[in-house]
Design a protein around this ligand. Structure first.
Ligand code: NAP
Ligand code: G4F
Length: 326
C-alpha cells in the first residue's frame, strides 16, 4: 500500500532532497509551505507536479491541524526551522517560536489528528554546543551556545516527552552539519564555494568571513535525508547521531575550495570581518555515528574533500550561467 509522508520545510535544502527520495520510494508526498510574498520554490521546481503542496506555518497551530487532517500521513518529517544560527542571535524570539514551540504545536496536532503517525524531528549537533567531549555521541551532555541551540534542546526534549507520555513514535535525528549545492547562501560552506566561483569568474576579489578556526563535521545532505528515512523504518523510535566522524576547520574548507580553481595562496583572497563573529560560537563539532551505523546500516560516504569539489563545481557552473545571462 502507498505510504503517505508529510514534510515541513520542503522548500529547504533537506526538505527538497527528502521529497525526492520519498517520491522515488513510491510515497505520496505532502509538502508544507508557508505563504510568502514571492515564491520560494526553486529547490522543488523539478518535482512540484509530483508533490501535494499544503499551506501552513509552524507558528500557526490551526494550520498544522488542518494540514495533518487533510494529508493523513503515516510519517511526519519536521524539517521546518529558522535554521541559521547567526540570525537566531538577532531574532531569538522568532527562533524560539518556530524551532521550539513550533515543534510542540506539531506534536500536539499529530497527537490529536494522527496519533499513530511516526514523527521525525530535525535535531542538531548544536545541542552539544560547548561540547564536553570529542567525538559527541547520543550520551554527550547538551550545552547549546545560541538561541537556535536552546530552542532545539527544548524541541528535542518535547519529542522525548511526547514519546514517553503518549507512546507516540517520535525520533530525534541529531544531525551534524550537512551541505550541498542547495545549501543557503548565508552558511559558511556556501559563502566559500560561491565566493570562490565569483573570484574565478572575476566577479569578486575576495571573500569576507568570521571565525576561521571553527571546526565542523561536514557531510553531504542527500545522504543525510536517507538516514532520516531509515530512522523512520525502525521498529521503535529513538534518538541517533548522524555524522561523518571527521572534522575540518573553516580554513581547511577554504584551502580545499580555492585549490579546486588552482589557487594555493587562499589567504590573499580572504578578509575577516569582526561583525561576522557570533556572541558565542561553537568551536569544535565531531560526531560519533557508531550507533546509527549499526542500527540503520547507514554510513556517510562523501567526506569533505569530495563535498568541496561537488559544491565548487556546482557554483562555478551557476555563476558562469548567470554571467552569460547578464
Ligand atoms: P533550510 O534550508 O533553511 O530550510 C528550512 C525550511 O524551513 C524552509 O523550507 C523554510 O521555508 C521552512 N520554514 C522556516 N520557517 C518556517 C515557518 N515558520 N513555518 C513553516 N516553515 C518554515 O534548512 P535545512 O538545512 O534544510 O535544515 C532542515 C532542518 O534540519 C532544520 O530544522 C535545521 O534546523 C535542521 N538541521 C540542519 C542541519 C544542516 O546542517 N543543514 C543540521 C542539523 C539540523 P522557506 O523556504 O519559506 O523559508
Ligand atoms: O555554516 P554555519 O553558519 O553553520 P552552523 O552555525 O554550524 O549551523 C549549521 O549547522 C547546524 C548543525 O551543527 C545546524 F543545526 C544549523 O541549522 C546550521 O545548518 O557556521 C559554521 C561555522 C561557525 O562556527 C561560524 O562562526 O563557521 C563559522 N563562520 C566563519 N565565517 C561563518 C562565517 N559562518 C557563516 N555562516 N558565515 C561566515 O562568514
Amino acid at each position: 500500500m502507498t505510504k503517505t509522508a508529510f514534510v515541513t520545510g520542503v522548500t529547504g535544502q533537506d526538505g527538497s532532497y527528502l521529497a525526492e527520495l520519498l517520491l522515488k520510494k513510491g510515497y505520496a508526498v505532502y509538502g508544507m509551505i508557508r505563504r510568502l510574498s514571492s515564491p520560494n520554490t526553486r529547490n522543488i521546481a523539478h518535482i512540484m507536479d509530483q508533490i501535494h503542496l499544503i499551506d501552513g506555518d509552524m507558528t500557526d497551530q490551526s494550520s498544522l491541524i488542518t494540514a495533518l487532517m487533510e494529508s493523513k500521513p503515516d510519517e511526519i518529517y519536521n524539517l521546518a526551522a529558522q535554521s541559521f544560527v547567526g540570525t537566531s542571535f538577532r531574532q531569538p524570539v522568532l527562533t524560539a517560536d518556530v524551532n521550539g514551540l513550533g515543534v510542540v504545536r506539531l506534536l500536539d496536532a499529530a497527537r490529536s489528528t494522527v496519533p499513530d503517525a511516526k514523527v521525525y524531528q530535525a535535531s542538531t549537533s548544536e545541542l552539544f554546543g560547548k561540547a564536553t567531549e570529542i567525538p559527541q555521541s547520543e550520551t554527550t551532555p547538551f550545552h547549546p551556545r545560541s538561541p537556535y541551540g536552546v530552542a532545539k534542546v527544548f524541541a528535542y526534549w518535547a519529542c522525548v516527552n511526547y514519546r514517553e507520555s503518549y507512546g507516540m513514535y517520535v525520533s530525534n535525528g541529531i544531525l551534524f552539519n550537512h551541505e550541498s549545492p542547495r545549501r543557503g547562501m548565508e552558511f559558511v560552506t556556501r559563502r566559500i564555494t560561491n565566493g570562490v566561483a565569483r573570484i574565478h569568474h572575476k566577479l569578486a576579489k575576495h571573500i569576507t568571513l568570521g571565525n576561521l578556526d571553527a571546526k565542523r563535521d561536514w557531510g553531504y545532505a542527500p545522504e543525510y535525508v536517507d538516514a532520516m528515512w531509515r530512522m523512520m523504518q525502525q521498529k521503535g523510535p529513538g534518538d541517533l547521531v548522524i555524522a561523518t566522524g571527521e572534522t575540518y576547520s573553516v580554513r581547511d574548507f577554504l584551502r580545499l575550495a580555492f585549490a579546486e580553481v588552482g589557487i594555493e595562496d587562499y589567504e590573499a583572497y580572504v578578509k575577516v570581518d569582526e561583525k561576522l563573529l557570533r556572541p558565542a560560537d561553537v568551536h569544535t563539532l565531531c560526531g560519533n555515528p557508531a550507533k546509527a551505523e549499526k542500527s540503520l546500516g547507514w554510513k556517510a560516504k562523501t567526506k569533505v574533500p569530495e563535498l568541496v569539489k561537488i559544491m565548487v563545481e556546482a557554483d562555478l557552473e551557476r555563476v558562469k550561467e548567470e554571467r552569460h545571462h547578464r
